[in-house]
Design a protein around this ligand. Structure first.
Ligand code: NAP
Length: 351
């Protein structure tokens, strides 16, 4: 008999849902047993409902699973959610209330005071919120754990080692975000070809607020936001996968260029110590070439789970500047949620 935990995926037919299915194929701890999507897909087999858009074939194991609406009960022990924000909030609460740990990359619950906004390398101690969440909401076995927005995760990972060692007083981030970040079919080709779109609805606000929560401290069972200023401007660019952020930081303590480089390059944390399956060996890869990082060359580093930082230099206005790249549907979405689940298993919170 399988000893794997049985997983349901909400939003299974979408861009992130397909990435979940790809990354969970042959996972030693998790087995996909339930899939949910919209009315358009419910009642069909996954093979009939889903137009598979990742390289390689749809995994055999999911083809005959019948797609259900995203409502409990589902035939699984916990759920990953990649539902659109407008339906995720209520659906995820109903799963948590029905006893399913709900590990989501949708935005609906990220800023709830009792919900961990988790990057395992950065703030694993925020999982202390789960107890308070269960008590406040009357959940028994269920709970909600979120991962950040796909650009925020790249920015927060790059800031975390600097904040831990020197303190970050302020950060200005300008993103160049891939088309796949908008889901499928996403931005019309007539808008994005030969063009840059200087607006992604809600994205700047998410980066500016989520980063403070992620880098905040736990006091008993609440989070005190990090005391820093974050300013973000977001652009959609004609790149398939991989979000880039051009960043400038002001530090709270003086630091040399070598010290900043070392803080980033030597960063390692609990997921690496625990050797979690999806944890990259090197969470932040520092590249010294003048023309790196680049989305096409660096998004797959660490199986898509590393953030690559380059162009580290002193800055004439703030203290330092650098460029960070991460894979938006892996480190920024499905891979992040799977790593969250692996950490929850290791900490005895997902059984
Ligand atoms: P997507 O490609 O548009 O997929 C949306 C999924 O949700 C599909 O499975 C779709 O099912 C389902 N769905 C749509 N409307 C629904 C409804 N009313 N009820 C139930 N299911 C519904 O979007 P995506 O890019 O995968 O994004 C999904 C979520 O992840 C969003 O909240 C997004 O903000 C977040 N996210 C995305 C990324 C990224 O890089 N793309 C990164 C981080 C977070 P059908 O196929 O049946 O329509």
């Amino acid at each position: 008999m399988s000893t794997k935990l049985r997983v349901g995926i909400l939003g299974a037919t979408g861009t992130v849902g397909q990435r979940f299915i790809q990354l969970l194929e042959n996972h030693p701890q998790f087995e996909v047993t339930a899939l949910a999507a919209s009315d358009r897909s419910a009642g069909k087999t996954y093979a009939d409902a889903c137009a598979w858009r990742l390289p390689g074939d749809m995994p055999e194991g999911v083809k005959r699973i019948m797609v259900r609406p995203p409502a409990p009960p589902l035939d699984c022990d916990f759920v990953f959610s990649s539902l659109p924000g407008d339906v995720a909030g209520e659906a995820e609460e109903s799963f948590a209330r029905a006893g399913y740990p709900t590990i989501t990359n949708s935005s609906s619950h990220r800023m709830d005071a009792d919900v961990p906004l988790l990057i395992p390398e950065v703030n694993h101690e925020h999982l202390a919120l789960i107890g308070a969440q269960r008590a406040a909401r009357g959940y028994d076995r269920g709970y909600i754990v979120t991962n950040p927005n796909c650009s925020t995760i790249v920015i927060a990972m790059a800031l975390a080692p600097l904040h831990a060692r020197f303190g970050v007083a302020s950060c200005i981030a300008t993103t160049m975000q891939a088309i796949s970040g908008a889901g499928y079919p996403g931005v019309p080709s007539m808008d994005i070809n030969d063009n840059v779109l200087p607006y992604i609805g809600g994205e700047e606000e998410k980066i500016e607020s989520e980063t403070l929560k992620i880098l905040g401290r736990v006091n008993k069972e609440t989070i005190s936001n990090a005391e820093m200023q974050v300013s973000a401007q977001c652009n959609r660019v004609n790149v398939t996968d991989g979000h880039m952020a051009s960043m400038r930081v002001k530090l709270s303590q003086p630091a040399s260029l070598d010290e900043v480089r070392d803080a980033l390059a030597s960063f390692t944390s609990l997921p690496q110590q625990l050797k979690l399956r999806s944890a990259p060996g090197t969470p932040i890869i520092v590249r010294d070439e003048a023309d790196r990082p680049q989305p096409r060359l660096d998004r797959d580093a660490g199986n898509g789970m590393s953030v690559t930082v380059g162009r580290i230099a002193p800055d004439n206005v703030l203290d330092f500047r650098f460029v960070a790249v991460g894979h938006n549907t892996i480190r920024g979405a499905a891979g992040a949620a799977i790593l969250n689940a692996e950490l929850l298993v290791a900490m005895g919170k997902l059984e």
